[in-house]
Design a protein around this ligand. Structure first.
Ligand SMILES: NC(=O)c1ccc[n+]([C@@H]2O[C@H](COP(=O)([O-])OP(=O)(O)OC[C@H]3O[C@@H](n4cnc5c(N)ncnc54)[C@H](O)[C@@H]3O)[C@@H](O)[C@H]2O)c1
Ligand SMILES: N[C@@H](CC=O)C(=O)O
Length: 462
């Protein structure tokens, strides 16, 4: 039997081995999900809602255990893993309520002889592929709206972090969500992704991960014209205007950059500070970064865990080296504590100044605890730098001038905009990107639409 070896990126130790689903098992699961859809879609919305609420409550009962597993497989500090369990159940709670609000409408007809009615029905079997950086929340924010809408659901978690997802799916079954309505298969992304996209049983692919993989999934979904939702990479600018509240901006850049060791798709990836405030800002950030404790996520005082694997470690180190070779100065950081042979990968929080647009770090997502700072002279220039990327997920700006704030809101080509706010994620708000950062929204009322078909009924003969 082939297995995935799940290892702890803080120690390199084996956490658990997980059986890889065979092609036959995946096909069987897809068929089961497809067939059961006919039953699940008829379960009334209030019952689906109650089952989702029971699932959320059961996860909360096991919060500590789930968080520990999450830390072991992802390296995330335990406090953040506990926070992610809450974040994950907040999606289930939200869609448990939304399940009861899938309304239709009537449209005034153009003739007395007709009635026009619009209703919604679930799209069918939904196949999800999820990343390692939020192994609980990225799954529940797909599973909860899918199940709420009446879709059946199958997920393939990241190879690095399958354990959290497997447990959450088991808990769904424990509370009575039928096994065929929520399934989990495990294995290599490319292989299982192809089985998902090739399958006629699957009506929708929902993915969170890198942009190249998202593009491939979209291409592969074209032959069967599947619905797709794509939550892909980001390259968030964090703009600090001259009039900004400095303490607030620094507090929020710390959260927006260093959460999960910089491994979130909405992490601040480029900091743009107006020239007159730059020295003060850099000084304060340096002081704050110096207080961050790097270590094993299970240790109570740890704020920055390891990065997920050697590939990620190399990418981040290369970005730092490229920047320094091209003239960036290291304000603090550039200490590494990694041993590829033993399988652990730590990068100490690093702040770079004098970065410029030709450096790789200003073009590519970092997914690590590195904060590059550049300056701008006026807001028009800040917008030009911020928008000069194929990505359009999150952008942040700090200003107390409503004219500057409104201008930036209007000009920035990003799906999520934080004005004096570096932590915009919430289950009740639409999360998603423009341009190559994705398609569709997760969370909020918008997060249910991608799981619903619109059906228009025209009744004649009146
Ligand atoms: N938007 C996000 O939340 C997010 C999350 C994780 C990674 N990323 C980005 O992706 C980069 C690399 O991380 P990664 O390699 O783990 O991401 P990835 O896109 O390769 O992996 C994410 C998921 O996709 C699966 N996958 C991989 N190749 C696939 C394929 N060809 N077909 C179908 N599924 C496939 C993986 O098994 C995993 O479940 C990061 O540096 C970051 O830029 C973004
Ligand atoms: N960090 C994101 C998800 C992607 O990384 C969130 O805040 O939900």
């Amino acid at each position: 039997m082939s297995t995935i070896k799940v290892t702890n990126p803080a120690t390199g130790e084996l956490v658990q081995e997980v059986p890889v689903s065979t092609e036959e098992e995946v096909q069987e699961a897809l068929q089961k999900g497809y067939e059961y859809f006919q039953t699940w879609k008829q379960v009334n919305a209030h019952e689906r809602s109650s089952l989702l609420k029971a699932w959320s409550a059961r996860i909360q009962e096991e919060k500590e255990g789930i968080a520990k597993v999450m830390t072991l497989e992802s390296g995330k500090p335990l406090k953040e893993s506990l926070g992610e369990v809450d974040y994950a159940t907040s999606y289930i709670d939200w869609y448990a309520e939304e399940a009861k609000r899938i309304y239709g409408r009537t449209i005034p007809a153009h003739t007395e002889a007709k009635r026009i009615i619009v209703s919604h029905q679930p799209v069918g079997l939904v196949a999800a592929i999820t990343p390692w950086n939020f192994p609980a929340a990225m799954m529940t924010r797909k599973a909860a709206p899918a199940l709420a809408a009446g879709c059946t659901f199958i997920v393939k978690p990241a190879e690095e972090t399958p354990l959290t997802t497997i447990r959450l799916v088991e808990l769904a079954h424990e509370v009575g969500i039928p096994e065929a309505a929520a399934q989990c298969v495990n294995g290599q992304g490319k292989k299982i992704g192809k089985l998902f996209t090739d399958s006629d049983y699957v009506r929708k692919i929902t993915f969170t991960g890198s942009t190249p993989v998202g593009k491939q999934l979209m291409k592969n979904s074209a032959d069967t014209v599947k619905h797709v939702s794509m939550e892909l990479g980001g390259h968030a600018p964090f703009i600090v205007a001259a009039d900004a509240d400095l303490d607030l901006a620094v507090q929020h850049v710390m959260a927006a950059k260093f959460r999960n060791a910089g491994q979130t798709c909405i992490c601040a990836n480029r900091v743009l500070v107006q020239e007159s405030l730059a020295d003060k800002f850099i000084h304060k950030v340096k002081e704050e970064v110096a207080t961050l404790r790097v270590g094993n996520g299970l240790e109570k005082e740890t704020q920055i865990g390891p990065v997920i694997n050697g590939k990620s470690f190399d990418k981040i180190v290369n970005q730092i080296q490229d920047a320094t070779e091209k003239g960036a100065q290291v304000v603090c950081g550039k200490e590494f504590n990694a041993n590829p042979n033993q399988g652990y990968f730590f990068i100490h929080p690093t702040v770079l100044m004098n970065v410029s647009e030709e450096m790789t770090i200003m073009k590519e997502e970092t997914f690590g605890p590195v904060l590059p700072i550049t300056t701008f002279t006026n807001v028009e220039e800040a917008v030009q730098i911020a928008n000069s990327t194929p990505f359009g997920l999150a952008a942040y700006y700090f200003t107390n001038d409503y004219r500057v704030g409104t201008y930036l809101h209007d000009q920035l080509d990003f799906g999520i905009v934080g004005w004096n706010d570096g932590a915009p994620s919430a289950a009740h708000a639409p999360f998603g990107g423009m341009k190559e950062s994705g398609l569709g929204r997760e969370g909020g009322i918008e997060g249910l639409d991608p799981y619903l078909e619109t059906k228009y009924l025209s009744i004649g003969g009146f």
